[in-house]
Design a protein around this ligand. Structure first.
Ligand SMILES: Cc1ncc(C[n+]2csc(CCOP(=O)(O)OP(=O)(O)O)c2C)c(N)n1
Ligand SMILES: [Mg+2]
Length: 315
């Protein structure tokens, strides 16, 4: 069974499912009762938010780059980051994408245009603005056609560097797309306790009235993908998209909340949309899901082989 010939929502769903599986494997394996080489790296899970990354990655032109934050798993994976290098990095092995020294908050895979992550709140935007400037200064057609994406949390507009980056990008008309995953929380502080409703940074973005700043109220996968496509075609830069999401996990760590918020679970909605799109019995999807879950589980299992995935040695 393959995805060939299936409607786009099938591939989008399976991609979102893939990322959710990685996150659930991390949650399940974080505190193993057996094994002498457990995962120790602090992790910020993207459970509940995966569809944003999938929509953006599938909507941007070829040659686009991405920068991300402490909550980077969905961004790295949606950009096509190497799966084994991802898991090896979480286990602190030399085969990891940052040679085992960086962990979850320093994911990188330049081969696919995933240029790096930093846990300094706001820094993804500053890094991306430099990348977007480089894009403008070169004359390579594919590079020019791509965009530079900065994934960001809702705390990012509370930093100075967000506004400095936005100003510079607007001045130079840089192909910068800032994607804010607005889960309404910075660690555990809600938006209303951090930002003035009338005069705070989100209000200021709203007030600016720019057609290229878009605020999506618990959007579906398709609404995000369509909005990214529309604004890129509009070709006025920079672009800011804020998508309301629910985070189904604690801020840092493997523990999932039982909470499925206001929005429901978009992964479940995408699954239903995939089935409805074909009028097909769901068993095809189940076969695909089981195979994918098994494949991903095996990547984690492979970390038990310390010869294949050794510890790094001190430089
Ligand atoms: C400059 C800076 N200040 C404070 C912190 C501590 N810190 C880590 S994550 C975080 C909250 C981030 O919230 P948000 O951007 O909404 O991302 P989320 O965790 O909700 O995805 C803070 C304050 C930091 N990493 N960097
Ligand atoms: Mg947040």
């Amino acid at each position: 069974v393959t995805l060939e010939g299936m409607p786009d929502i099938w591939a989008a769903y399976m991609e979102t499912f893939r990322i959710r599986r990685f996150e659930l494997e991390i949650a399940n394996r974080y505190h193993p009762s057996d094994g002498d080489a457990p995962m120790r790296c602090p992790t910020h899970l993207s459970v509940g938010q995966e569809h944003v990354a999938v929509a953006v990655a599938r909507a941007v032109p070829a040659g686009s780059h991405a920068y991300s934050t402490h909550r980077a798993h969905s961004h790295y994976l949606s950009w096509g980051g190497d799966e084994t290098a991802f898991v090896a990095e979480l286990y602190g092995r030399v085969t990891g994408c940052a040679r085992g020294w960086g962990g979850s908050m320093h994911l990188i895979d330049e081969a696919v245009g995933f240029m790096g992550t930093s846990a300094i709140v706001g820094s993804s935007v500053s890094l991306a603005v430099g990348d977007a400037l480089a894009r403008q200064l070169t004359n390579e057609p594919e590079y020019d056609a791509g965009v530079t994406v900065a994934f960001a949390g809702d705390a990012v507009p509370e930093t100075g560097q967000f506004w400095e980056a936005l100003n510079f990008a607007a001045l130079k008309q840089l192909r910068l797309l800032i994607v804010i995953e607005n889960n309404g929380l910075a660690t555990s502080t809600i938006l209303d306790d951090r930002q003035s409703y009338h005069y705070g940074p989100m209000a200021a973005l709203h007030e600016s009235g720019f057609s290229r700043y878009s605020f999506l109220d618990f959007p579906t996968y398709s609404e995000i993908a369509d909005e990214v496509t529309r604004l890129i075609a509009n070709n006025v830069w920079p672009i800011v998209i804020s998508a309301d999401v629910d985070r189904f996990a604690e801020h840092v760590g493997p523990v999932l909340n039982d909470r499925v918020g206001e929005s429901g679970d978009e992964l479940v909605a995408m699954r239903k949309a995939a089935i409805d799109s074909m009028g097909d019995p769901p068993d095809i999807l189940e076969v695909l899901e089981l195979a994918e879950a098994k494949r991903i589980g095996e990547i984690f299992e492979s970390m038990n082989n310390l010869e294949a995935h050794p510890w790094p040695t001190a430089p």
